[in-house]
Design a protein around this ligand. Structure first.
Ligand code: DQA
Length: 141
């Protein structure tokens, strides 16, 4: 069975509280359960990780080297600032799919640039929780 690691960046643990008009009313706990169920349905083993710290996200990507078949990553605000995260994805060479709950192309201009994209085989945005399931499906194939 394929192993998929799902990584969520800063403030994703505040889902249901933060800017509900953008990110919706459902909590991070609900997202964890949704992703777990999606993995079961698709037939992959899911591991999940969330951190507000860039370095911790990089450490987790490095730990996945040789142990994980795919990475689903929502780097949140680090999408637009971090070069170290795509560097880490390239370093481990694990296929990765980038996910955003909101449509970052239809928000503030500073969200339009994603450094993460260049290290990912696909980017899914604006589909809420469903985006994670789509990303898992892509990596399961
Ligand atoms: C986000 C979009 C980012 O611009 C933002 O900083 C987030 C969440 C999304 O899932 O839509 O924290 O990655």
């Amino acid at each position: 069975m394929k192993k998929i690691l799902v990584i969520n960046g800063p403030n994703i643990n505040m889902l249901g509280i933060r800017e509900t008009e953008i990110y919706g009313e459902k909590s991070y706990m609900k997202l964890l359960v949704y992703i777990e169920n999606a993995g079961e349905e698709i037939g992959v083993e899911i591991q999940q990780f969330q951190s507000n710290c860039e370095g911790a996200i990089i450490d987790r990507i490095q730990q996945a080297y040789g142990k994980t078949d795919g990475i689903v990553i929502n780097p949140a605000a680090y999408t637009h600032t971090s070069i170290a995260i795509p560097d880490a994805l390239k370093a481990v060479g694990i296929p990765a799919v980038e996910v955003h709950l909101s449509d970052i192309n239809n928000r503030e201009d500073y969200r339009k640039l994603s450094y993460t994209s260049e290290a990912c085989i696909a980017t899914i945005m604006g589909k809420g929780f469903e985006g994670y399931k789509e990303a898992i499906k892509i990596l399961a194939e």
